[in-house]
Design a protein around this ligand. Structure first.
Ligand SMILES: [Zn+2]
Length: 597
């Protein structure tokens, strides 16, 4: 009996170690209680935290890791050196970190750390704190880790920091010792080099004591009016079910609230600067409309508030809030808000590991925010994602493309990271609509939210949802498009007429297979479409243009480089086009059209 039990357990662990799905899925939990006291003269703060960490994994943990992100802002850090050695550095970073003086750098220095009261051994290694536990945490057990630390807020270089270009005093992102995530792929104690995050789900209670003239906004619900004591105020926030906590503070913030759909309170914090006030007022109803769009097309926003905060160095998404620069033209202010708000779903609720699957947060966000922007601004745009297709085409034909499985920090250039994550990721989603049909894509996005919100979905989890919704086999689509640099290139090789029949020969030139839509226009002005399913899909999409009669032809099995079909009609073919929707990311579309002379 014991033996049987053990082997069953081992079998379960092996399954868990190699894949996750919604039935065998587990995730760690961490509840934070933090108190900090800020000195705005020195830009330093003292912090203490007590975290309750629950090990829901099947593994015994004898170590834990924390991120100490502020340590990246020190001369000689990995972030500094990477920025000075990459060919196309982020201009916001450049060599600025190398020039920070001791009073301008960032740091987080732990001064004590205990586990259930017992002192722990730890070592600061760059931006990561390595900790040996006094007592291993057994599966299903919880432990309390208590830390005290001193920190200095760096001069604003990237994302977080003090005294931003626009004069925002404190952009407090990635500011606290943050427990690294342990999931079915093990520890993710990624050093902070340039980008992307992965965190443990949990509840936060954060108490911030700061000079009384500062206004504080960020993640979480304010618990009553801030209490005043000796020239300082203490702001207490509760944030349930999040995996990060961010705040910003400035003595000159205007704080507006606007009621969004479902009673969600939208907060806007921006500097009392006459040049920007009108734009920030105009943004408020538009943000409500964007929220409505995402509620409808992804799933209902589950928190009671969202805050758009002037801060940071561009735009960056956080839990229940975003920090964006505010001195922008209205179109840009609206665009960045649309993008960052969409991230509330793609990463802050559907919390993919951004370092490994950067395209799932940036790409899905770029896709849905482009659609939302077009609808909210009432643009008549047949393909709001067209810019992403252009970006992807540029990269795919440049010879510089790397597979989207590349870790976010380890692309050869910032440009190839950017195009892969944002543009190719958006194309992945839009093109999936070409493969499975628009309705199935819409259903897939909603079901993905239902199945995976408040979890850590992987690419496989997403494509499995699409498979179940569409009834098609789609692993080939994920594998070829995101895990290799195979490209799509189909062409019309030959068109000939014999005895009133038009014989069409298509050619697959690229390595990646796709189902093919061919549209025909005849001399008499009539139209028809021909659909060639890719055999390994084991399914067919519905007719995307029901006003044009569609003929479903026999499958095209991938290995065959050519495919022939006949148009059995006495009508004369005037024109043939492969995929006029241009949703298929064919890298050489010039061979997709045939015109009779
Ligand atoms: Zn983004």
């Amino acid at each position: 009996m014991k033996f049987l039990k053990n082997s069953l357990w081992a079998l379960l662990c092996i399954t868990v170690a190699h894949a996750q799905n919604s039935t065998s899925y587990w995730q760690q939990k961490v509840d934070y209680k933090m108190e900090i006291d800020v000195d705005v003269e020195k830009w330093q703060y003292e912090g203490s935290q007590q975290i309750t960490y629950t090990n829901n994994s099947p593994d015994v943990l004898d170590r834990v890791f924390y991120h100490l992100y502020f340590n990246a802002f020190q001369p000689g850090s990995e972030m500094d050196v990477r920025s000075r050695t990459i060919g196309d550095p982020d201009p916001r970073v450049g060599d600025r970190i190398s020039k920070l003086t001791p009073s301008e750098i960032g740091y987080i220095k732990p001064t004590s750390l205990t586990q259930d009261g017992a002192k722990l051994k730890y070592e600061v290694v760059g931006t990561v704190l390595e900790v040996d536990l006094a007592k291993p945490i057994q599966p299903g057990e919880s432990t309390v880790l208590a830390m005290e630390w001193d920190a200095q807020v760096p001069v604003q270089v990237r994302r977080s920091g003090r005294n931003s270009k626009e004069g925002v005093a404190l952009s407090m992102t990635q500011w606290f010792p943050k427990l690294a995530e342990y999931d079915f792929q093990g520890w993710h104690a990624d050093p902070y080099i340039a980008r992307e995050f992965h965190g443990v789900w949990g509840d936060f209670n954060v108490s911030i004591t700061i000079d009384e003239d500062y206004i504080v906004g960020g993640t979480g619900y304010l618990q009553g009016e801030p209490k005043k004591r000796r020239g300082k105020k203490t702001w207490v926030f509760d944030a349930p079910d999040v995996h990060d906590f961010t705040w910003a503070a400035d003595p000159e913030y205007i704080h507006d609230t606007y009621e969004g759909p479902n009673g969600v309170v939208l907060n806007f914090y921006y500097k009392n600067n006459p040049d920007i006030i009108e734009n920030w007022k105009k943004l408020q109803p538009k943000t409500a409309a964007l929220l409505e769009y995402f509620n409808k097309h992804i799933g209902p926003y589950p928190y009671k508030q969202y805050s758009v905060i002037q801060g940071g160095d561009g735009g960056m998404e956080y839990a229940m809030c975003t920090l964006i620069t505010g001195e922008r033209k209205f179109g840009s202010l609206f665009g960045v808000t649309a993008h960052e708000l969409a991230h509330s779903w793609f990463q802050f609720l559907l919390a993919t590991n951004e370092a490994k699957h950067e395209w799932m947060d940036e790409g899905f966000t770029s896709y849905i925010s482009a659609l939302a922007e077009a609808e909210v601004m009432e643009e008549d745009n047949p393909n709001p994602v067209a810019g992403s297709y252009r970006g992807y085409n540029f990269l795919a034909t440049s010879g510089q493309e790397q597979p989207a499985t590349t870790h976010a920090d380890r692309y050869a250039s910032n440009r190839s990271y950017g195009i892969t994550a944002y543009s190719k990721g958006a194309v992945f989603m839009a093109q999936l609509g070409y493969v499975i049909g628009k309705e199935n894509l819409e259903k897939t996005i909603k079901q993905y939210y239902k199945d995976w919100a408040f979890k850590h979905p992987t690419p496989n989890d997403f494509i499995r949802v699409a498979e179940k919704i569409s009834g098609m086999e789609l692993d080939w689509y994920l594998t070829d498009f995101m895990q290799t640099t195979n490209t799509i290139d189909y062409g019309i090789q030959n068109v000939s007429e014999e005895n009133g029949t038009t014989k069409v020969t298509l050619q697959r030139i690229g390595l990646m297979g796709m189902p093919i839509d061919v549209y025909a226009e005849f001399e008499d002005g009539s139209k028809a479409s021909y659909y060639i399913p890719l055999q390994m899909m084991r399914g067919e999409k519905t007719n995307p243009t029901p006003d044009i009669d569609r003929v479903v032809l026999k499958d095209w099995a991938w290995a065959y480089p050519t495919y022939e079909f006949e148009i059995p009609t006495n009508k004369k073919v005037k024109r043939l086009v492969i995929d006029p929707s241009k949703l298929m990311a064919d890298i050489a579309p010039e061979n997709n059209t045939y015109e009779a002379n």
